[in-house]
Design a protein around this ligand. Structure first.
Ligand code: NAP
Length: 311
């Protein structure tokens, strides 16, 4: 039998992302041993019941002892506390990484605490769902999805190469990017859409002239598609907003300007401007489908309970 890629992997945090990693690592035999740590007894017990790892600890420091790879799978705002907790227990030569949706702030939180001889390489799998916790994960989550690694200029090349291999074996396509650029790109493609969704769903909920039952009843007309994003984990998204503040504010001001232009086109009956924008955006969806990032099925391939295409 071939050697696993890492002898011992420690997962700190075992929610959607951590438990998906545990599952794919077991399936692909990427780790000789999987050690799991999380802060609450309830989550740790659940991870053990599902059988996600080989050993289980509430103490993150204990969990990383002797690990060749440590992956922090916690909300971005918990990064510094985790870095402090694990630092004295890390083995020389260990690779430490994370999966956080923001990179600059995570690097600032981790790097100062990493001991000499430990290689920190930040990472972000662009894959997820609106569900949380150890039951939400699945082994194919990362399949054909991008994983962005944002190593510093002084990062150890072998550690970066090994982490790239790890994510490729998890099914991902790997891209190396500067952390600042990552945060700007993600502000456009992920953070802004989530903020817009949280806002629109909140607005609909606040409207007094439209009843809640009407919002739910007629949701298939577009609203429903925003609710998936707006159902995402509140802790995770609070931390993303607080830790990618500048890029998000920059994108929000661009968004507000474009929204004002759209508002103006509607007010002045500028059909050409509306038609031209809507044609351009329709093309973007076609590009997503061509790139294999979205299903060509009508309505995202949704089916009703009879297995027929849903409205
Ligand atoms: P999740 O399902 O909510 O799981 C979070 C895990 O972190 C749990 O084990 C939780 O422990 C632990 N945790 C929460 N707050 C903590 C704190 N203050 N200190 C220490 N541990 C804490 O979250 P997730 O969706 O896997 O997200 C984890 C990371 O992946 C986040 O940084 C997120 O930005 C990133 N990410 C998420 C997605 C997505 O779509 N969800 C996609 C890509 C990247 P307990 O349950 O024991 O409290």
């Amino acid at each position: 039998m071939s050697e696993p890629l890492f002898q011992r992997v420690a997962l700190i945090g075992i929610g959607l992302i951590g438990s998906s990693l545990a599952r794919v690592m077991a399936r692909e035999k990427l780790a000789g041993e999987i050690v799991i740590s999380t802060r609450s007894e309830a989550t740790l017990k659940r991870a053990e019941e599902i059988g996600l790892g080989d050993r289980y600890y509430l103490d993150a420091g204990k969990a990383v002892e002797g690990a060749d790879l440590v992956i922090a799978c916690v909300p971005v705002g918990a990064s510094e506390a985790i870095a402090r907790q694990i630092a004295p227990h890390l083995k020389t030569g260990a690779i430490v990484t994370d999966v956080g949706s923001v990179k600059n702030a995570v690097i600032k939180a981790f790097k100062p605490h990493m001991p000499e001889g430990v290689h920190f390489v930040a990472g972000h799998p662009i894959a997820g769902t609106e569900y949380s916790g150890p039951d939400a994960g699945f082994a194919s989550l990362f399949e054909s999805r991008w994983c962005v690694l944002t190593p510093d200029e002084d990062a150890d090349e072998q550690a970066v190469a090994k982490l790239r291999t790890f994510w490729e074996r998890c099914g991902s396509n790997v891209e190396i990017m500067n952390s600042q650029h990552h945060d700007l790109v993600l502000a456009v493609v992920s953070h802004l859409p989530h903020i817009i969704a949280y806002n629109i769903v909140g607005t609909a909920d606040d409207l007094e002239t439209v009843t809640k039952s009407e919002v739910i009843k007629y949701s298939a007309s577009g609203f429903r598609d925003f609710t998936r994003l707006a159902a995402s984990d509140p802790t995770m998204w609070r931390d993303v907003c607080l830790n990618n503040k500048e890029a998000i504010l920059e994108m929000l001001s661009r968004f507000s300007e474009d929204l004002s232009a759209l508002q103006r086109a509607i007010r002045w009956g500028d059909g050409d401007a509306l038609y031209s924008l809507f044609t351009r955006t329709r093309g973007i969806r076609r590009d997503l489908i061509d790139a294999g990032q979205e299903s060509p099925e009508p309505n995202f391939g949704r089916q009703n309970s009879q297995g027929e295409p849903a409205q």
